[in-house]
Design a protein around this ligand. Structure first.
Ligand code: ADP
Length: 571
C-alpha cells in the first residue's frame, strides 16, 4: 500500500474503527476491505450473478493505489451500522417556526453522520415583519442562522468532524445588508460559510450603477430599492476584510439544473462545489491525477489517458453503488437523492501533476490542459453513466430532465471538484485543483520537535540536480516562495510557483477552465496577498462573472485572526 506516514496518522485519529475505550480496533487494510466490500455489494441488486468478490478487489485496489478515494463519510461509515456515506446535503428552510426548527433537527442528524449541509434562508420573512399568530415582530434570517450555528456547535459529529454549513441569502432579500455584514466579526457564526445568491440582473445593475429591487419573500411585492453598485462594494469589502461573504450565481446554478420541473436550486453544500435541490444529497470522490502520469525514457511525464479512462469508469461505478448502499438520515433524502442519482467525481493533485509535467500553473498551457483533462473525465464519466443506465436503468426523473432527448443516463450529474481537504492528505498530493500553498513548511510534531516538510516533487527535482539541502529549504520556508532565492535555477522557479506567486486572475482562469467541463461546480479559493486592495477583489468577482464561474471565494492573506493552511473550507 502506498499510504504515507501523515495519512496513517489521520486515518488512526478519525477513520479507523475504535472501541468504546477509544482504542483503534481496525487496521488500514481492514478499512479498505470494509469499504470496498460494502460498496461492491450493491452490484447484486442488479445482477444476482455478479462477482462481488472480484469487484470488491478492484475497488480495493483503486483506493489503496491512491488512484481514487471516495469522500470522507464513505471511508468512515461504509460497512458500519451508521452507514451514512455522503458529504453534501441541502435542506429547505420554510418560513414558519415549525419548519425552521425541523430544519435544525434535520441538520443535526446529518452533522452527526459526517455530512455537511447547505441552506438558503431566502424564504424567511424579513426582520421587522409581523408575525400573525403572536402579533410580534419577526427576527429575520440572520438571527435564525445563529440558532443553526449554535446547534451545529453542540453536535460535535460523534467526535469526528465539527459540522459545516453553507448559508445563502438572495441579493434581493430585504435583509441582505445585515446578511452581508453578519460575519464581520470573525468569532460570529463560525460554523457557516456564507454566500450572497446573486442574479445576473443584479450583476448587470451593479456594472451599470443602477438600482435594483428588494422583494418581500412571502408576497413577492417590491418593498424597497438599493443601489446595486453599493451593495456589490459592500460584499467586496466584507470579502476583502476576512473572506466572507462569497458569492454564487444563482441563475447559472439553475441553468444547469437537470430537472427544472422539480424546483429551483437555491443552495450548495458547505464548500460551494455541489449545487443541490432541497433534500438532495450527493456523494463525491476524487481521482489523484499524479497517479496517471507516465514517465518517458527522456525523463519527461505524459498523461496516460487509457489509465485515466479506466479509473474514471470504475470510479463512476463505485459512486453509483454508493447511492444504493447509503443509509440516508431521512426518508425524504433517500427518495430525493435516488430520483436524480447525482454523483460528483473530481480530481486532486492537479498542481502536483503540472509540476511533474513542467507546466507553470499560471500559464495558458496549464489552463488549456485543465480543459482537456476535465473534458475527458466528464465525457468518459458520462459514457460509463450511460452504460450503467443500459444495465440498471436511467435515473428515475430522466424522462423529465434536460437530457430526455438523448441517450439514457444513470446519473443526473457526474462531475464535481471538491476541496479534498482530508483526501489529499491521505493521497499525499496537492488538494483539489488548488496550486501548492507552500513548497516547504515546518510541521510541529506531537513530542514538541519540528520537522521540515517539503513538497515531494520539488524535493525530487532538486535532489536530481544535486541542489537539495535542509539549509536551502529553510530559506524557502522563510521566504514563503522560491522566486527570490538565488540558488534556485530559473527554469525551476518558472514552474514551481505557489499560491501567492500566481496572480488572482490566473486563479480565476483556472477555476473557469475546470468549471467549463464540470457538471456541478468547482471548489476554489482565489488567494490574494495581504496588500491587495478592494479594487483587486472587485476585479476578480467581475472576472469570475465574465468567465462563467458559478461562484467565487476569495481570501486575502492574514485577514483572519487564526489562519489555517487550507483556508478556503471548513474542517
Ligand atoms: P474530504 O477530503 O474530507 O472528503 P472535502 O474537503 O473534499 O472532504 O469536502 C467536501 C465536502 O464535504 C464539503 O463541501 C462539505 O460538504 C463536506 N465537509 C467537509 N468538511 C466537513 C465537516 N467538517 N463537516 C461536515 N461536512 C464537511
Amino acid at each position: 500500500m502506498k499510504i504515507g506516514k501523515n495519512a496513517i496518522t489521520v486515518l488512526e485519529r478519525r477513520y479507523l474503527i475504535k472501541d468504546e475505550n477509544g482504542e483503534v480496533v481496525e487496521t488500514v487494510d481492514e478499512l479498505f476491505d470494509r469499504v470496498a466490500g460494502a460498496i461492491a455489494g450493491a452490484d447484486s441488486l442488479y445482477n444476482t450473478d455478479a462477482d462481488r468478490q472480484a469487484l470488491a478487489e478492484e475497488f480495493r485496489e483503486l483506493m489503496t493505489s491512491l488512484e481514487f478515494l471516495p469522500n470522507s463519510p464513505t471511508l468512515m461509515n461504509a460497512g458500519r451500522p451508521l452507514g451514512q456515506l455522503s458529504a453534501c446535503f441541502v435542506l429547505p428552510v420554510e418560513d414558519s417556526m415549525e419548519a425552521i426548527f425541523e430544519a435544525i433537527k434535520q441538520a443535526a442528524l446529518i452533522h452527526k453522520s459526517g455530512g455537511g449541509t447547505g441552506f438558503s434562508f431566502s424564504r424567511l420573512r424579513a426582520s421587522g415583519s409581523t408575525v400573525k399568530t403572536t402579533g410580534g415582530v419577526a427576527s429575520g434570517p440572520v438571527s435564525f442562522m445563529r440558532v443553526f450555528n449554535m446547534a451545529t456547535e453542540a453536535v460535535k459529529q460523534g467526535g469526528t468532524r465539527r459540522g459545516a454549513n453553507m448559508g445563502i441569502l438572495r441579493v434581493d432579500h430585504p435583509d441582505i445588508l445585515a446578511f452581508i455584514d453578519c460575519k464581520k466579526n470573525n468569532a460570529d457564526i463560525t460554523n457557516f460559510n456564507i454566500s450572497v445568491g446573486i442574479t445576473e440582473e443584479f450583476m448587470e445593475a451593479a456594472i451599470a450603477g443602477r438600482d435594483y429591487a428588494l422583494y418581500d419573500p412571502r408576497t413577492r411585492q417590491e418593498v424597497g430599492r438599493l443601489n446595486a453598485k453599493e451593495v456589490f462594494d459592500r460584499i467586496v469589502d466584507g470579502a476583502w476584510r476576512n473572506g466572507e461573504p462569497g458569492i454564487i450565481f444563482l441563475d447559472r446554478l439553475n441553468r444547469d439544473n437537470v430537472v427544472p420541473g422539480q424546483g429551483q436550486i437555491e443552495s450548495t453544500n458547505p464548500c460551494g462545489e455541489q449545487p443541490l435541490l432541497p433534500y438532495e444529497s450527493c456523494n463525491l470522490g476524487s481521482i489523484n491525477l499524479v497517479t496517471v502520469l507516465r514517465r518517458m525514457d527522456d525523463g519527461s511525464f505524459v498523461i496516460d489517458y487509457d489509465k485515466l479512462g479506466r479509473i474514471v469508469k470504475l470510479a463512476v461505478h463505485f459512486l453509483d453503488n454508493v447511492i444504493d448502499v447509503n443509509k440516508y438520515p431521512l426518508e425524504i433524502i433517500d427518495k430525493t437523492t435516488k430520483a436524480t442519482r447525482k454523483i460528483g467525481l473530481g480530481v486532486m493533485g492537479w498542481a502536483d501533476m503540472l509540476l511533474r509535467m513542467g507546466i507553470p500553473y499560471n500559464s495558458e498551457a496549464a489552463v488549456e490542459l485543465a480543459g482537456r483533462v476535465m473534458g475527458f473525465i466528464t465525457e468518459t464519466g458520462r459514457q460509463e453513466s450511460r452504460e450503467l443506465a443500459r444495465a440498471r436503468g436511467s435515473f428515475p426523473l430522466f424522462a423529465e430532465s434536460i437530457y430526455a432527448d438523448g441517450e439514457p443516463l444513470r446519473n443526473a450529474t457526474v462531475t464535481t471538484i471538491a476541496p479534498t481537504g482530508t483526501l489529499s492528505i491521505l493521497a499525499g498530493c496537492s488538494s483539489g485543483v488548488e496550486p501548492v500553498f507552500a513548497f516547504a513548511y515546518i510541521r510541529n510534531v506531537m513530542d514538541g520537535t519540528e520537522m521540515i516538510e517539503v513538497n515531494p516533487v520539488l524535493k525530487e527535482v532538486l535532489t536530481e540536480r544535486g541542489l537539495y539541502s535542509d539549509e536551502l529549504m529553510k530559506k524557502v520556508i522563510e521566504a514563503g516562495s522560491l522566486q527570490h532565492i538565488d540558488e534556485i535555477p530559473d527554469d525551476i522557479k518558472r514552474v514551481f510557483v505557489c499560491s501567492h506567486d500566481i496572480s488572482p486572475l490566473y486563479h480565476v482562469k483556472m477555476q473557469a477552465a475546470f468549471q467549463q467541463h464540470t457538471d456541478n461546480a468547482v471548489s476554489k479559493t482565489v488567494n490574494f496577498t495581504h496588500d491587495a486592495t478592494r479594487e483587486d477583489v472587485a476585479e476578480v468577482y467581475l472576472q469570475a462573472y465574465r468567465l462563467g464561474c458559478k461562484g467565487v471565494t476569495i481570501y486575502r492573506d492574514g485577514s483572519r485572526d487564526s489562519q489555517v493552511l487550507n483556508i478556503g473550507h471548513v474542517k
